[in-house]
Write a protein that binds this ligand. Structure first.
Ligand SMILES: [Zn+2]
Length: 250
């Protein structure tokens, strides 16, 4: 009774006549659904406190085997204000939120996922570069799922000397495999940057910041691997890509 659980709101949607349904990522119970009864009534003061990407302590009664609970109360731990006000941070939060949803399953290592997502929102809130944060979160979640890009050797023949990256083959290719697969060779620094981004943790952000000028081409490859091999289409990333150029124009 009255379980208090720290969690991050990933999604909010309308539920029944006047309620809201929240998808919340927690350390203890993974992804859960919480119903905020009456939150959409004009008199409700709760709705404004149920923003996506905020970190809260949620009060509800947990029952084993159930996934949906009635929210009794919540108290804000971290608003991450920048995620709601800055265009780039907000678009990137959408990508991180979708990744946390589509790349985690039941019986998952939620403690590490929670830390990863929380740290990503923290960095976005600090106005750090969204390309690096998305790239690191994506490559980490891929590794946790055992589907990380192969950046240690040629994916086909395991030769150590590599010259190209192929989403279709899931990682690096050596010269002869690249030629037979009709994949264009890359610059050495591109291979290095892709490898760095694929191996990095968020704690390496400051180092990567100096080493990778633009992480987007590498995220594109990882997103393509997800699409081709795992049937995951990352809608929020396409929104992020198409709207990000508007940021500088505004
Ligand atoms: Zn090869």
């Amino acid at each position: 009774m009255n379980d208090k659980v720290e969690g991050i709101i990933l999604k909010q949607s309308d539920y029944k006549d006047s309620s809201l349904l929240l998808q919340v990522l927690t350390k203890e119970y993974g992804k859960i659904m919480l119903v905020a009864n009456g939150a959409r009534k004009p008199t409700s003061k709760t709705a404004s406190r149920l923003l996506p990407y905020t970190k809260n302590e949620f009060l509800f009664d947990y029952h084993e085997g159930k996934n949906m609970f009635r929210l009794k109360n919540l108290s804000l731990i971290q608003l991450y204000r920048n995620l709601h006000e800055d265009v780039e941070a907000s678009l990137a939060s959408g990508v991180i939120g979708e990744l946390a949803d589509v790349m985690t399953y039941e019986e998952y290592d939620y403690e590490n996922v929670y830390q990863l997502i929380d740290e990503a929102f923290y960095l976005l809130n600090e106005d750090k570069r969204s390309d690096l944060i998305i790239g690191i979160v994506l490559s980490n979640l891929m590794k946790m799922n055992g589907i990380g890009a192969n950046v240690d050797e040629c994916t086909i023949c395991q030769k150590k000397n590599v010259v190209a990256i192929s989403a279709k083959d899931g990682g690096f290719l050596c010269a002869s495999c690249a030629q037979s697969m009709h994949v264009q060779p890359r610059q050495v620094n591109e291979l290095k940057e892709f490898r760095l981004l694929s191996k990095a943790q968020l704690e390496h952000y400051d180092i990567l910041h100096n080493l990778i000028e633009d992480g987007h081409p590498y995220i594109d490859i990882l997103v393509e691997i997800l699409r081709l091999h795992h049937g995951i289409s990352l809608n929020s990333y396409h929104v992020y890509q198409s709207l990000l150029p508007l940021k500088d124009a505004s």
